[in-house]
Ligand binder design. Sequence first.
Ligand SMILES: Nc1ncnc2c1ncn2[C@@H]1O[C@H](COP(=O)(O)OP(=O)(O)O)[C@@H](O)[C@H]1O
Ligand SMILES: [Mg+2]
Length: 331
Amino acid sequence: MNLAIETKKLVKTYKGRGGSGITVVDNLDLEVGAGEIFGFLGPNGAGKTTTIKILLGIIAATSGEAYVLGGEAGDIEVHRRLSYLPEKPYYYEYMTGLELMRFYASLFKIKDEAKCIELLRRVNLGNDFNRPISQYSKGMQQRVGLAQSLLNDPELLFLDEPTGGLDPIAHIEIRDLILQFREEGKTVFISSHELSDVERICDRVAIINKGQIVAQGRLEHLLAGGRVEITADGVDQAMHDALMAPERVVSLKSGRLILDIADTDDVNSILDSLRTKQCKVQSIIPRRKRLEDLFIEAVGADDVAKGRERGRMTEKGEAVAVTETKEEENV
Ligand SMILES: Nc1ncnc2c1ncn2[C@@H]1O[C@H](COP(=O)(O)OP(=O)(O)O)[C@@H](O)[C@H]1O
Ligand SMILES: [Mg+2]
């Protein structure tokens, strides 16, 4: 796999109260393939944003290695080829969408008004780019953020919680845009706890909890190992009894059999026995695990609840679990 991002034993420790260290990124080994949409999942406070900031060179790791697009994290040449949409972007709200694009374009020394407008159209802000951002909904702000993140035609995009707090329509729009990015060959690194979005668009995911990776791999592999449902008609009680086994759910009503088996069971031999008795197989449906089940399995229901709690506290601006300390003290 050609890697766009790689970390080896990445660690970030913050100084806590009384000088004790608090490790929020803990021996992280990440591998993100070029051209894939990679989901970086975890409950609130798991260490997602901290990891992204290390990958961008905004904060320094305490130890370990981080490579982005073949260079060291934070390398200026690498920066030209990537872009970043922060979790809570800050915009000059008195600017219009177009003025904001001009402003970011000037930072990249891009003097291409047509490109600014084309990108605003691409994210469906074609009718609104002359309105001040203060009048934009959360979804429109997120779309202008995506438009600016495309200005330098990046190979790699970091999107930190891109669909957080959006309504369902805006979710779909943002998801569709991200899928287009992949079609253009871009690598997209998304941190999120919006599992349904991740499930729909990501090729591979890593789940982190308390700074450690608890699952990583292709989504279809992680979600496999579920169940298969077989439905057949013309089944008698003797066949029903023959198919009964521990871990199988078998029901028979008016000759219709519904059989729920582990996908490691031998589906072929079950189908053979049904066919020898002239039973009519109606459907065979593989039932994948849902990402939510995998997430709770990997993170643990307690930690999911605690993450939710931390998220609520942080959003209200009340005390977080760890004392915020100045970056300089930690790097
Ligand atoms: N500057 C900082 N000083 C001390 N602790 C911090 C600092 N920034 C983040 N943390 C802590 O690091 C942990 C991980 O935070 P973060 O990476 O923002 O999590 P996530 O993005 O997964 O919600 C949290 O417990 C948070 O309170
Ligand atoms: Mg975060």
